[in-house]
Design a protein around this ligand. Structure first.
Ligand SMILES: [Zn+2]
Length: 154
């Protein structure tokens, strides 16, 4: 299980090796994503709180990256953080998310990105519920919920 100390180490020293990589040009991303998805995933915009697809949605399923289709989060780790965005306590595997220090907007935060396609997902904070204590605060635009079927990717 990932904890805050692991997230800090990944952001500060080196991120886990991804299981694969998807690299596209900005034009290719623009063609592949909706305008709102492109703004969030490639330009690091933040969608509005509460007015997004998965904020209040707790149906069982898995959440895949909209950029590359990799299964990143499971509904079993989704919880009600009252933040206005979908929130999770763990990714399905530690090598699927990469972390970066983000000092934009006069805040010190840790950005969470897809480790396969480098899409901006959101941020991770150390104020989540035990036992991990993590809160992955994500944009719905970066995610697509699918029915749970396959086991999580390693
Ligand atoms: Zn991705």
């Amino acid at each position: 299980m990932l904890r805050w100390i692991d997230v800090l180490k990944f952001a500060k020293y080196s991120n886990p090796e991804p299981p694969r990589r998807l690299e596209l040009s900005e034009d290719q991303w623009q063609a592949r994503l909706s305008f709102a998805q492109f703004r969030v995933m490639r330009q690091k915009a933040t969608e509005p709180p509460y007015r997004n697809a998965y904020c209040r949605s707790y149906e069982p399923g898995v959440y895949a990256c909209r950029g590359c289709g990799t299964l990143l989060f499971d509904s079993s780790t989704k919880y009600h953080a009252m933040s206005g965005w979908p929130s999770f306590t763990q990714p399905v595997a530690r090598n699927l998310i990469r972390y970066a220090f983000d000092e934009s907007h006069h805040m010190q935060r840790i950005e969470a990105l897809c480790n396969i396609c480098q899409a901006h997902l959101g941020h991770v904070f150390p104020d989540g519920p035990e036992p991990s204590g993590l809160r992955y605060c994500l944009n719905s635009e970066s995610l697509e919920r699918l029915p749970a079927a396959e086991p999580p990717l390693e």
